[in-house]
Every structure is written in C-alpha cells, then in structure tokens.
Design a binder for this molecule. Sequence first.
Ligand code: GLU
Length: 424
Amino acid sequence: MSTVDAPTSHLRENPYDIAREQLQRVATTFDIDANLVNVLGECKKSVEVSVPVGMDDGSTRVFKGYRVTHNVARGPSKGGIRYHADVTRDEIKALAMLMTWKCALMGIPFGGAKGGVVVDPKQLSRSELERMTRRYTSEIINEIGPEKDIPAPDVGTDASVMAWIFDTYSMNKGHSVLGVVTGKPLAIGGSLGREEATARSALYSIRDAAAKQDRSVAGMRVAVQGFGQVGSYLALFLHQEGAIVTAVSDSTTALYNAKGIDVPAAFAHKREFRTLAGLRDAEAITNEELILLDVDVLAPCALEQVITGENADRVRASIVCEGANAPVTPAADAILEDKGVLILPDVLANAGGVVVSYFEWVQGLQEYFWKESEVNAKLNDIVSRAFEETWETARARDVSMRVAAYGVAVQRVAEATITRGIYP
Ligand code: GLU
C-alpha cells in the first residue's frame, strides 16, 4: 500500500479561537459586560450529522455534516452552507458567530448560523451532489425553518443546491416553504440581485472608502483573489467602474496583466470552462504573488487565512477589502494596521449576500417580488449606512474598521440579549 500525503488545510489557525479572541478584544474596547461575553462566546447549538450517500459506482460514502446556530437574540439564525474538504466544526462555529455580527451590523432581524459538509463538491457527479444535499437536508430538517434557521449558499454551494434544500424541506412539510432557504433560483422564488449582492456590497464599501479618502474607484489598480460568486462579480463591477483589475485568480490559476485583465473575457471564460486556466493576454503568477502585488486595493474573495503574520508585512495594497469571511488573521490585522492599511472587514464588505437573502426571505413570506433596481437601491442604503456607522465609530474610538464594525454589532446583540433577559 502506498501512502498519500493528505492535502494541507488552508486553516493554519483554529478559526473559532480567532473569532473568540476578536470578540474579547471588542468587548474590552467597548466595555461589554463579562457575563454577556461568556454567553456570546459560545454557540447556542451545534449539530453534527453523518450523511450516507449512494455513489454512482454502487459504493456508499459517508460524509460528515454540521449545522451550527450561534445566536438568535435578534431573530432567527441565518447563514450559508459550505461544501469544502477542509470544513471543521470549529470553522463552522466561527463562521456562525461572524454571521451574528454581520446581521447585527446590517440591522437585519437575524441571528447567526452556518452549516457545512466535509466534501470536495467538484469530485461528485451532479446526481451524487443532489443525493448528498437531500440527505444532509433531511438530517438537519428539525434544525431549519423559516422562523428558525434559514440556510443560504456559501463556498462550494449555489442556487441549485438551495433548490434541492427547498424541495426536500417542502416535500417533508407537504407544501412549498419559500422562506426556508435563500439564494434560490429565480424560477422558484429567488430574488433578483441575490447572485451579485455580495460583490455589490464589496464594491459599495470600496467606493465609500475611496470617497472618504478623496479618491475614486476609476483608475484604481485592484487584485482580486477568488473568482467564484464574489470575486468574479466584484472584478466585473470594478472594471465597469473604471478600475484596472491587474490580477485575478481561482483555486488553480492566478493571472496578471499590468495594463489590466480583460475582465469580461475572464468572466465569460470562467463560465464556459469553469476555470481561469487558458485565459489569454495574462501572465501566470502564483496566488501568493497576487496577494503581494503593488495595487491600490487587494480583495481576498476566496477562503479564510490568506493574509497571515507571515505575509502581511509584504502586502502593498493600501485598502484590503474582505470579500471572503475571515481572510485576514489577527496577527496580520495588527501588522496591516501598523502599516496604515485600511481593512474593509468581512462583516461589512461581504454583507450584501445576507442582506439580499433577507430581502428574498421577506419577498417569499409575502409572495410579492421586487424589481432588481429596488433590491439594489435598498441594498445600497443598508450597506452605506453601515459603512458610515462603522467609519464614525472607528474615528470616534480611534480603532480599526474591524473593531468598529464588530463593536457596533456586538453592542446590538448585547442590547437585545439584555432586553430579552436570560431565560428562564
Ligand atoms: N454565506 C454568505 C455569508 O457568509 C451568505 C449568507 C446568507 O445569505 O444567509 O454571508
């Protein structure tokens, strides 16, 4: 028997430890009661399930799945489902906690949750993916629901996965339940603008930050890491605004062109071939080189922990826009802050996804659907207001945008918890 090296996870540090450390830091800065911090540092519920799936070749594989609710003080819990080979329970807990802060910062009536299955979805056939999704949904069916916990897409899942979750839940209830999941296809109650929403909030955050610095997005040089639902649309929107996107990447390929990547061509190429590999008029670089490029804006839009204590001092961007959740570790945060780099934190910059998920949930409950222009205008209002609150708090308290954003959010959750009281 030969030994095969297990691929190393992108998670070099424990994400839940990081999330709790950040909460503690914010609690100290904003003087939050220690008893409350004890409550907010834990997840309300964490469910682990095994997901047996009959594979196309006749074998049976068993995948491990999770659904975690961090907090419901401000409303039902909300958060995506991630399919990735490196998923761990602590990663899902950390991401659930982030969702609580994100929803609170946006002022939408949700708590935080996250789910995940330890699987590389690219290795499954479409029918295997469907069977796995339906079985995972069945295993967590008592945890989710429109008034309880509402999943959505995250890394490795998309609208068709949401359609299977919607259908499985609805078949079990005996009628269609539009509000059980968001990020659904338009044909079955999705919202216009949901697919692009996460990238839009990143764009709005960059635009608002540029305005504060008397700069404009037009002419800015940008590197975008990740070319999935967030990175691909962000690159496209920035290109449309006149920015020069000098580098893009996906999980296999990173590409550079000093004069600017032809983003519409990259977008079309990725749609057609599912990879950036083979795109013309660009030079291959490494993912690490992309992170360290001399650009105005660096937008990590893939996974966690890509900017760390090891590479942060060599980052040359003046703005880091977190399209992904937790792409910057606390050690990197400190280094970037010292260098005067402006970080637009995840809970602000990528919150557009959950904001339009909220709109989708509302539209589904009312069975009344909005125009795309209405969705985008309301999204812009919410994100720009949150940007302004974060900016003002950062100035008033002389703290980073991250500490300010988490601070505003944690205070809101704390207030809801105190107002409700601890049961019984
Ligand atoms: N997975 C996305 C996030 O991390 C969206 C969650 C949602 O729409 O509920 O914000």
